[in-house]
Design a protein around this ligand. Structure first.
Ligand code: CP
Ligand code: NVA
Length: 306
């Protein structure tokens, strides 16, 4: 069973991931059928945001409410986390008042520090380094679309960013084959890649050639070229990532049944074309919906069982 927090997927066992995905599928079926669970009755999730959000904020809030609980949206500007108040003190104070904390911020170390000092569960809602809830919902989505993760070839094309890093962790905990294709200089973190290759060998590849990477892929996944916090690099990145756009001609190299994923928000016309976003291969809106189902299961496991 999952430990107290969800900080990154590598902290989960293969069984934790499988159990969470199973619970998420069950919760989705239950709620689609009109059933409910009230395991968060009387409980409150504090959501701390240092960056903008649509999916993460709304899916966590709806999930908490649907489980009979409540979610509170708090911006870093109000709290002054690490400025007005030390992270360790905020963790202690929040632990006296709420039943769980979700945090979206820049430094992974801030999330780790919060979790170290909080007595209630802490969930990573995205850092510069990782986006674990996203990738767990992605794995659920792939399972749903293909019936299993066994032998599924996922090719991620774009920046070696937080989503790419969590995908590496996801590949270490599931049977997927993961190819990451980036321009030179934008590869994912070397230590993460090396650790991944040591553990799963050829199931993890890092390439620079998008056409080569797309060959035979069951899933082509992309994300923005400039993540939150990198806005000043946008113009340079637009130039550096030319040739890495997910477009119809690239999909022709992939498996005929290829599906296209994007964690969203998408920058249409940059990393992905309108045609692909609006086309028959698109899976990104299922992905977005599954954030809700996955996180409902997550909140139930981490906060509901106490
Ligand atoms: N994918 C995702 O996390 O979306 P938001 O940034 O809108 O939360
Ligand atoms: N890599 C993107 C993901 C957004 C959900 C970012 O960090 O901005």
């Amino acid at each position: 069973m999952l430990q107290k927090d969800l900080l990154s997927i590598d902290r989960m066992t293969k069984e934790d991931v499988a159990d969470l995905l199973k619970a998420a599928h069950e919760m989705k079926t239950l709620y689609k059928g009109g059933g409910t669970v009230d395991s968060l009755k009387g409980k409150v999730l504090a959501m701390l945001f240092a960056k903008p959000s649509l999916r993460t904020r709304v899916s966590f809030e709806v999930a908490a409410v649907q489980l009979g609980g409540h979610a509170m949206y708090i911006t870093h500007g109000e709290v002054g986390l690490g400025k007005r108040e030390a992270v360790c003190d905020a963790a202690r104070v929040l632990s006296r008042m709420v039943d769980g904390i979700m945090i979206r911020t820049f430094a992974q170390s801030e999330v780790e520090e919060l979790a170290a000092h909080a007595s209630v569960p802490v969930i990573n809602g995205l850092t510069d380094r990782y986006h674990p809830c996203q990738v767990l919902a992605d794995l659920m989505t792939v399972e749903e679309a293909f019936g299993s993760l066994e032998g599924i070839r996922i090719t991620y094309i774009g920046d070696g960013n937080n989503v790419a890093h969590s995908l590496i962790h996801g590949a270490r905990r599931t049977p997927i084959h993961l190819t990451l294709v980036t321009p030179e200089g934008y590869e994912p973190n070397k230590e993460l890649v090396d650790a991944g290759k040591t553990e799963i060998g050829d199931r993890l590849r890092v390439l620079h050639d998008a056409t080569e990477g797309a060959k035979g892929a069951h899933v082509i996944y992309t994300d923005v070229w400039a993540s939150m916090g990198q806005e000043s690099e946008r113009q340079k990145r637009l130039n550096d990532f030319a040739g890495y756009q997910v477009q119809e001609t690239l999909l022709e190299k992939a498996d005929p049944g290829v599906r296209v994923m994007h964690c969203l928000p998408a920058h249409r016309g940059e990393e992905i074309t309108d045609e692909v976003m609006d086309g028959a291969h698109a899976l990104m809106f299922d992905q977005a919906e599954n954030r809700l189902h996955l996180q409902r299961a997550l909140l139930h496991i981490l906060m509901g069982a106490q």
